[in-house]
Ligand binder design. Structure first.
Ligand SMILES: Nc1ncnc2c1ncn2[C@@H]1O[C@H](COP(=O)(O)OP(=O)(O)OP(=O)(O)O)[C@@H](O)[C@H]1O
Ligand SMILES: O=P(O)(O)OC[C@H]1O[C@](O)(CO)[C@@H](O)[C@@H]1O
Length: 329
């Protein structure tokens, strides 16, 4: 790659961890806002792994054309064990310095920001985070890019399952993603009219689940949908379904939505959030901020230091929990 043009600065950008719909819209927003400020953007392929391998290219307008509606990430992503080591991060810093890159933007989840925090502190290369993860488990932002699309994807599947569940009069267990977060389960469960939610906090409440289902069937219900959060116990929907079926003598089926929830064209909400946060990240860099994540809290863009992001815990707001208790359990 050629050296920096005179008078310009350079930002490197990568996507890391699980891909999320809207990451491309964020890359586009960063590119366009940076171009306005005379900043060059260097794309880094395959996340931190690609950075360590020197997989860099100078981006031009054509790279961000026609990507706003695309799911996944045009840059590719990865989970890199090498970046967790100080040596890995040192190599990554050397790669950026050799390419005359002044700052690094990381679009990813809380794990990615653990790496970004260390990188910022150890190397002095200003690093800024943009929250992109379907899990929505990142402190410092009400929503992460990709969550809205993921819950709509889950909802679409739940609606389809409702058709077959009601036709056959069956009990369905639908397992949704979220390794450490139950928000996808809570929101898609409420929106999909689930009879019950199995979350990490109530995964052993078999008696409660069985009596709730029995009451519903006694009252005339012919079918039911139970949404299971992956984080409650990954893959255990089959075991739960078997036990419940035998206890209440009701035929059941299981559907694990899995990675379908990570794909697809981003919703308008996710695109607008990506646009806001991408542009705000460039503004934060221009103002000299480093070691921070941009987020949106109660409709305002805020900056949160990485150390607060990675030590905090994003919990569902009490209102949504109350709602789920009334409507799904
Ligand atoms: N403690 C850490 N130190 C250094 N780097 C880390 C650390 N934790 C995570 N990373 C880096 O960030 C990458 C992505 O982290 P992780 O796999 O946890 O996904 P994530 O960013 O949380 O995204 P998602 O929410 O989609 O899973 C890791 O593969 C690793 O390279
Ligand atoms: O199969 P992978 O890429 O390791 O990702 C699975 C995990 O990533 C997430 O989808 C978040 O992106 C979690 O909900 C899930 O547990």
């Amino acid at each position: 790659m050629d050296g920096r043009a005179p008078g310009k600065s350079r930002i490197g950008i990568l996507t890391s961890g699980g891909d999320a719909p809207g990451m491309n819209a964020a890359i586009r927003a960063v590119f366009r806002a940076a171009s306005e400020c005379n900043i060059e953007i260097v794309g880094i392929r395959r996340g931190f792994a690609g950075l360590i391998d020197g997989n860099l290219f100078l981006m031009d307008r054509s790279h961000v054309a026609n990507i706003i509606h695309q799911g996944g990430t045009i840059l590719g992503t990865s989970r890199s064990e090498t970046f967790k080591t100080p040596e890995g991060r040192r190599i990554a810093a050397d790669v950026l310095q050799n390419a005359e890159v002044d700052a690094l933007f990381v679009i990813g989840g809380d794990g990615s920001f653990r790496g970004a925090d260390l990188f910022n502190d150890e190397t002095g290369i200003p690093t800024i985070g943009i929250p992109g993860s379907i899990d929505n488990d990142i402190p410092g932002t009400d929503f992460s890019i990709g969550f809205d699309t993921a819950i709509n994807t889950a909802l679409e599947s739940i609606d389809k399952i409702r058709d077959t569940a009601s036709s056959h009069g069956r009990l369905f267990f639908v397992e949704v993603m979220g390794k450490s977060s139950d928000l996808i389960a809570i929101e898609s469960g409420i929106a999909g009219g689930a009879e019950y939610l199995i979350l990490p906090d109530n995964k052993h409440a078999m008696d409660d689940l069985c009596s709730r289902l029995t009451q519903a069937f006694d009252a005339g219900k012919r079918y039911a949908i139970v949404v299971v959060a992956e984080g409650a116990c990954p893959g255990c929907s089959f075991q739960i379904a078997k036990e419940v079926s035998s206890r209440i003598s009701m035929e059941s089926r299981v559907c694990v939505l899995g990675h379908t929830q990570r794909g697809g064209s981003p919703t308008a909400r996710d695109r607008v959030l990506a646009a806001k946060l991408g542009v705000s990240a460039v503004n934060a860099y221009m103002k000299g901020y480093a070691g921070v994540m941009v987020g949106e809290v109660r409709r305002s863009v805020i900056l949160t230091p990485f150390d607060k992001v990675i030590t905090g815990r994003q919990k569902p707001e009490p209102n949504i929990i109350r709602l789920s208790h009334i409507l799904t359990k």
